[in-house]
Design a protein around this ligand. Sequence first.
Ligand SMILES: C[S@@+](CC[C@H](N)C(=O)[O-])C[C@H]1O[C@@H](n2cnc3c(N)ncnc32)[C@H](O)[C@@H]1O
Length: 227
Amino acid sequence: MPTFNVNTVDWDELYDGNASYAPGNPGWNIGELQPALAALERQGLFVGPVLDSGCGVGTASLALAEKGYEVVGLDRSASAIEKAKKAAAERGLTATFEVADLSKSTGYEKYFNTVIDGLVFHCLPEGLRHAYVESSARALRPGGKFFALVFATEAFPPGADFGPRPFTQQQLENIVGKHLFVDDIRPARAWINVPTALPEGFEYRNVTIGHDGRAQLPSWLVSAHRH
Ligand SMILES: C[S@@+](CC[C@H](N)C(=O)[O-])C[C@H]1O[C@@H](n2cnc3c(N)ncnc32)[C@H](O)[C@@H]1O
């Protein structure tokens, strides 16, 4: 049975709701900025221009645009970017959305003061992880900040060989630390919509269901900056 595999995933199919293993609205489309990232914003840690890396349908980008930030949302899925542009137009918000592969050069060099990654890093094939962080680092101005919300290994059964690729704190330190100065990697929660069904053999572990009916998964909040 086909399932989510970071090496073969068709993001357009998922955003169009046509993936047989995950029909309908993708679980990460929670309609608001991930609470762990929203908390950083409230602390005044986001400075524009902001790159929403792997922006999906633009939820985070538009939440920040609404607060007055200059935001660029990049994603490799043309379907997601189309939905993001439509949402921006419907809400009368200004944000730039472009199709781009973040594991390659995006054309943005030393442009952003902040890069945010909401649940993207753990979706990358292993071979693209370094190129992705390097590309984010290049897009930042010196001193610019990188924040990523990444699933922790506790969120899945040990040894699961499909689904998002969760990380230990040390693994994240090793990868991100090669390209950026790591300031902090702390336990956090990632919100997703509670799935009505999961592919055979797939399960989440150590999940909390919040008062809003959403699932909160063990994650890491990575804070780093460009030298
Ligand atoms: C789990 S979704 C999260 C989307 C969004 N950040 C959010 O929180 O709603 C992961 C996103 O990463 C994007 N993505 C995966 N690999 C990418 C790459 N190499 N370059 C750009 N985007 C990528 C996918 O298309 C997808 O939109």
